[in-house]
Design a protein around this ligand. Structure first.
Ligand code: KIV
Ligand code: ZN
Length: 387
């Protein structure tokens, strides 16, 4: 039996913490609807206590979303929790996300709180939140830099106070897959009811390992993955959920897990976030970049023409993107050039290519990508016998 992995999207909250990103309320509602279509289980719509606009956005998303759970972020404070209660009042399905930092550097230098005070704060806030929300998610912020024994103590205090979801944030993108498994091993061994709790992970990408760490967490016992679309977020961003979804799709048997994601809706969602965040998708971006399904070298193009699976483990159709392309450049082979000319309506065979291909190479040496116009002009010159 494959285990189910919940997708928790925080594009509207952590994603909006990206420098220069400020979604309007209408854009947030449109994003939330597309996220719902994509199949996410939980949408973190904002941090209601942070500003009037954030409150209104959470309220608007809560009203618009029908099947996904809507959640708001709250520090371990009554005021924050009250704001979440009000902002999510109209949601069909709701939960709350309460957090407090647990690592020594955050306790000592940011919060100025002792271990005992942090535990007290967890107990007070989680039990208070549980009066209003049947599902309380608790996050020990900076979990991956927290002492293992104190992490267990903090998590146990949250569970005993009513949290049914425990999120493990790698707040500063510090961990790696091997260490993350060790962290989970400690939890599996020391949290007696580990299997009754939904364990979630929230990985940042400071060292470029957010997606790898999230995928490791699936192997280690997590059943909820938090992240953003296009990996936008604070500093280097969050785990890119479309990449987690694609890895789970391509490596189903390895992860032995399933999810509710509608892969065909991916490309539309990516374009929407890119447009609203004013952040172009890098051409070499995994899964959905413009080059993700383009093959330039002759060896690769030849392989693709013989069997697309030689160089494509995911097809553009799966993610709702445009077709595979074989752009013609100086590294392309004659097989791909011949195929392109045939597509353009020229009756050419392998024999013809002995004359056409050197002319193509001359043009390709002085340009990035050879266009259809340039190919037509090569064919024209040959017809006219121009050397
Ligand atoms: O990165 C982080 O630790 C967070 C928490 C609020 C979960 O965003
Ligand atoms: Zn975060």
């Amino acid at each position: 039996m494959r285990k189910n992995i919940q997708f928790f999207d925080t594009t509207l909250r952590d994603g909006e913490q990206t420098i220069g990103v400020n979604f309007s309320i209408d854009q947030k509602v449109a994003i939330a609807k597309q996220l719902e279509k994509w199949g996410v289980d939980v949408i973190e719509a904002g941090f209601p206590v942070a500003s009037n606009d954030d409150f209104k956005a959470v309220e608007a998303v809560a009203k618009a979303v029908k099947t996904a759970q809507v959640t708001g972020l709250a520090r371990a404070k009554k005021n924050d929790i009250d704001a979440c209660v009000k902002a999510t009042a109209k949601a069909a399905h709701k939960q709350i996300h309460v957090f407090i930092a647990t690592s020594p550097i955050h306790r000592n230098d940011k919060l100025h709180m002792s271990r005992a005070q942090v535990i007290q704060s967890i107990q007070d806030s989680v039990s208070y939140a549980h009066k209003y929300f049947p599902i309380v998610e608790f996050s020990p912020e900076d979990a991956t830099r927290t002492e293992p024994d104190f992490l267990v103590e903090a998590i146990q205090a949250a569970i005993d106070s009513g949290a049914s979801v425990i999120n493990i944030p790698d707040t500063v993108g510090y961990t790696n897959p091997e260490e993350f498994e060790k962290l989970f091993k400690n939890l599996r061994e020391n949290i007696p009811n580990f299997s009754e709790i939904t364990f979630s992970v929230h990985c940042h990408d400071d060292l470029g390992m957010a997606v790898a760490n999230s995928l490791q967490a699936i192997k280690s016992g997590a059943t909820r993955i938090e992240g953003t679309i296009n990996g936008i977020g604070e500093r280097a961003g969050n785990a890119a959920l479309e990449e987690v979804a694609a890895a789970m799709y391509v490596r189903k048997d390895y992860y032995q897990a399933q999810n509710h994601i509608q892969m065909g809706e991916t490309y539309k969602l990516i374009q929407m976030i890119s447009q609203y965040s004013k952040m172009p998708v890098p051409h070499n971006k995994a899964v959905v970049g413009a080059n993700a399904f383009a093959h330039e070298s002759g060896i690769h193009q030849d392989g693709m023409l013989k069997n697309p699976q030689t160089y494509e483990i995911l097809t553009p159709e799966v993610v709702g993107a445009k077709k595979t392309s074989l752009p013609l450049g100086k590294l392309s082979g004659s097989h791909a050039v011949m195929q392109k000319l045939q597509q353009m309506g020229y009756q050419v065979d392998r024999n013809d290519m002995t004359e056409i291909f050197p002319r193509f190479k001359d043009v390709a040496d002085h340009t990035d990508i050879v266009s259809e116009e340039q190919l037509s002009s090569i064919m024209e010159q040959m017809k006219e016998g121009i050397a």
